[in-house]
Write a protein that binds this ligand. Structure first.
Ligand code: ATP
Length: 285
C-alpha cells in the first residue's frame, strides 16, 4: 500500500485534492440535485480520514469522484497529481462485499490483480499474503457463500489491499456486520493500516467508529464540508479509558449534535422539523 509516495507530483502536494468540485445529478423527473456543492478538500498520505454526515449529503459521491468513477461538472480532482481514473490506484471496499460468487476466495483476489503487471505465480503469492494478513489464508479455496458476513468483508478488504493502492476508499464497509464482528474488523483494519499506511477515506454513519479509527473527521452536509476536525485522542482507542475520556465524549456529543441539527433542518429529511426533546418529554409525561 501507499507505494511511490511522491511519484508524479510536486513534493508537498497532497495525495488527494478536490478544488471547487461540484457534481449534479438529474433525478428521474428531470429535476437537478446537487450532490457535491463547490467542495474543496486536501488529504495527505498516511492519513485516516473519516467522512460523516446525514444520509444523502454526498459522502458516496465524494468517494466516487475521488477515484474517477464519476466526473464532476466543475472543479478539479487530483489523485497523486493526476486526474483519477478507476483502476488499481484506488481500492474500494463497499458495505455489500461484491465478491464474485463463482470464484474461490483466492481467485477473487487474483482476479482483482489482473490489471497489474504480475505473473500468475506472483498474483497467487500476493493473494495469499493479503489473505494471511486478514487471517483467512486457511479458506483460500472456499467460495464466498461458504463464509460468514465478517469473513466475506475481510476477503473484500484483502482484495482492496492486495492491489496496493495509493488510496483506500471505504464506503460504510462494516455497516452490515454485527456489533462484535464490527469491532473486531475495526481492530483488524487498524492493525493493518498502522503496519502499512495508505491514505484511507472511510465513510461511516457511526460517529463512534469515526472517532475510534480516524486522524481526521470530515463532517459533510448538503454536499459541502461543514467541519474538519483533527482527532487528538491517543491510539489505540478501543479501550474504555479512551472511549470514556472527556475528549472523546465531547467530540462525540459535538458531532452527533451537528448531524442531528442537519437532519432536523433538512426539508427533504423524514425527520424535518421534529423536536426530539419535546417527543421525549411527552413520552415520559
Ligand atoms: N446516480 C445518481 N443519480 C441520481 N442522483 C444521485 C445519484 N447518486 C447520488 N445521487 C444523489 O446525490 C445526493 C448525494 O448522494 P450520496 O449517495 O453521495 O449521499 P450519501 O451521503 O452517501 O448518502 P447515504 O449516507 O444515504 O449513503 C443524493 O441526493 C442522491 O440522491
Amino acid at each position: 500500500m501507499a507505494q511511490g509516495a511522491t511519484q508524479g507530483r510536486e513534493p508537498g502536494t497532497p495525495r488527494l485534492s478536490l478544488q471547487g468540485v461540484t457534481k449534479r445529478f438529474t433525478r428521474p423527473g428531470g429535476e437537478q440535485s446537487v450532490a457535491l456543492n463547490n467542495i474543496s478538500l486536501a488529504c495527505e498520505d498516511r492519513t485516516f480520514v473519516a467522512i460523516v454526515g446525514p444520509s444523502g449529503c454526498g459522502k458516496t459521491t465524494l468517494l466516487r469522484v475521488a477515484n474517477g468513477l464519476i466526473r464532476p461538472e466543475e472543479g478539479q480532482v487530483r489523485l497523486g497529481g493526476k486526474a483519477p481514473r478507476p483502476g488499481p490506484e484506488a481500492g474500494f471496499v463497499f458495505q455489500s462485499f461484491r465478491l464474485i460468487p463463482w470464484l474461490t476466495v483466492r481467485r477473487n483476489i487474483e482476479f482483482a490483480l489482473e490489471e497489474l503487471p504480475l505473473s500468475a505465480a506472483e498474483r497467487k503469492e500476493r493473494a495469499l499474503h493479503y489473505l494471511d494478513l486478514v487471517g483467512l489464508a486457511r479458506v483460500e479455496g472456499s467460495y464466498p457463500a461458504q463464509l460468514s458476513g465478517g469473513m466475506r468483508q475481510r476477503v473484500a478488504l484483502a482484495r482492496a489491499l492486495a492491489v496496493e493502492p495509493m488510496i483506500l476508499l471505504m464506503d460504510e464497509p462494516f455497516a452490515s456486520l454485527d456489533a462484535q464482528t464490527r469491532e473486531l474488523m475495526q481492530m483488524e483494519l487498524m492493525a493493518i493500516w498502522q503496519r502499512n499506511r495508505a491514505l484511507v477515506l472511510f465513510v461511516t454513519h457511526s460517529v463512534d467508529e469515526a472517532l475510534v479509527l480516524a486522524d481526521r473527521v470530515v463532517l459533510m452536509g448538503g454536499g459541502q464540508v461543514l467541519d474538519d476536525i483533527e482527532v487528538p485522542l491517543p491510539r489505540p482507542r478501543f479501550g474504555e479509558e479512551v472511549r470514556a475520556s472527556a475528549a472523546f465524549l465531547e467530540l462525540r456529543a459535538y458531532l452527533w449534535g451537528r448531524i442531528r441539527d442537519l437532519v432536523l433542518s433538512d426539508p427533504a429529511s423524514d425527520f424535518y422539523g421534529r423536536d426530539p426533546a419535546a417527543a421525549q418529554k411527552e413520552a415520559s409525561a
